[in-house]
Design a protein around this ligand. Sequence first.
Ligand code: 5BU
Length: 464
Amino acid sequence: MGAIDQLILQLFDIEAFKFGSFKLKSGIQSPIYIDLRVIISYPDILRSVANHMNNILQNSNVSFNEICGVPYTALPIASIICVDYKRPMLLRRKEAKNYGTKKIIEGKFRPNDRCIIIEDIVTTGSSVIETAESLWAEGLQVTDAIVLIDREQHGEKNLQEKNIRLHRVLKISEVLDCLVRHGKITEEVSKNVSEFIHGNQMQLPTLKIEIEDKNISIPIRQRFQTIIKEKKSNLCLSADLTSLDEIIELSNLIGKNICMLKIHCDILTDFSMDKIQELKDVSRRLNFLLLEDRKFADIGNTVALQYTKGLFQIAEWADLVTVHVLPGEGIVQALEQAAQTINESRGCLLIAQMSSKGALTNNEDYVNGVIKCAEKYSDFVIGFISQSRLTTSDKYLHCTPGVHLTNTGDQLGQQYVTPRQAIDGRGADIVIVGRAILDSINRVKTAEAYQQECYQVYEELRKI
Ligand code: 5BU
């Protein structure tokens, strides 16, 4: 008898497969019930399951640094494989702790490490996807998952859509064939189960935000507002670093905490369209917007070229750009027209007031002109860079830079307020933070702290 048949029969003997009529969590009546938790009571079977997974690992040539088991049943299996391969194990908590470190992934790893996921059974693939998403958020690379049984209910396709390859020891159809061949179940039972499986293909309900991401016509304003609410973050990281590689690495780590990443592409020493595409991919995966803080300030014809052409082709990748209205509203008209050649929704933030000492922008006439311009081009202008609340309309997001919890300014005119002062005193919706995070000892922890502080104050005041 082949090793696979042997494993299936062992699982049958310990009643990991039950046939009859079972009510599932979803309320659906199922002719099969698979309970792999029982294997922990049978060390030989546990060993054999791990061996089969080891074979898959060897044959598929998947390289990995760590192994992450999905609680609970897959954890003992993953532990055995980790010991066999002498590789560290990770695990994803079911709930983040609400005390201490709030970590969701336990175990040691480095950003960019490759990690494979081990799961006992896959139906829709949702638990593997959830695990992968938490690992991605920590900057790990996850492309492969190994499972003991694939129920063949669309899990493989759901995983494929997330770029995760599914490797399985057993397919449910193989289990049924084997049990019929060995006289454990009748043809009729097998047919019944097959029909149930085929009739219950479970495409994952696509999250609202994913629909929005894929739907390129979704207005950027709406996407922004959804991101803020769903991620509970109104923090924009100003990633004023000169290496795009470093920004990509950082955004992999901090992306989960921010609603927007702001960059200055003209300070990058390693800019390329390929790399910026990589950053765009991270922004889609971790669900934040990309703002190029270009501060356009020329006549319409020139800015349209600066926006779409040259080395940076900003319009191709930046969801939002910043614009001075100093040259008159033609500048916004030109950018809006240029953005229409792009197949995704684009928008801009008008610079109404600046945070720096002695800024000439900060007079009433100027600011009124900016507001008028926003109203005229309200399909493209989704908000302001400001130091005070300019309008009562919820349509415009007020984004405020010059924020630091412990400093009051720098040597070159920057002036800081705290997140609370920015949101409460100055009416900010979005808080833009740069060096307070970048120069901190632990950027990830500091970003988490700013996210929490900013959103808490925002929630308190705006009662989201
Ligand atoms: P900081 O490190 O938090 O001081 O960085 C602030 C960022 O916001 C930086 O990229 C500035 O270019 C940007 N900024 C600003 O500080 N003040 C303004 O009024 C405007 C932009 Br507009």
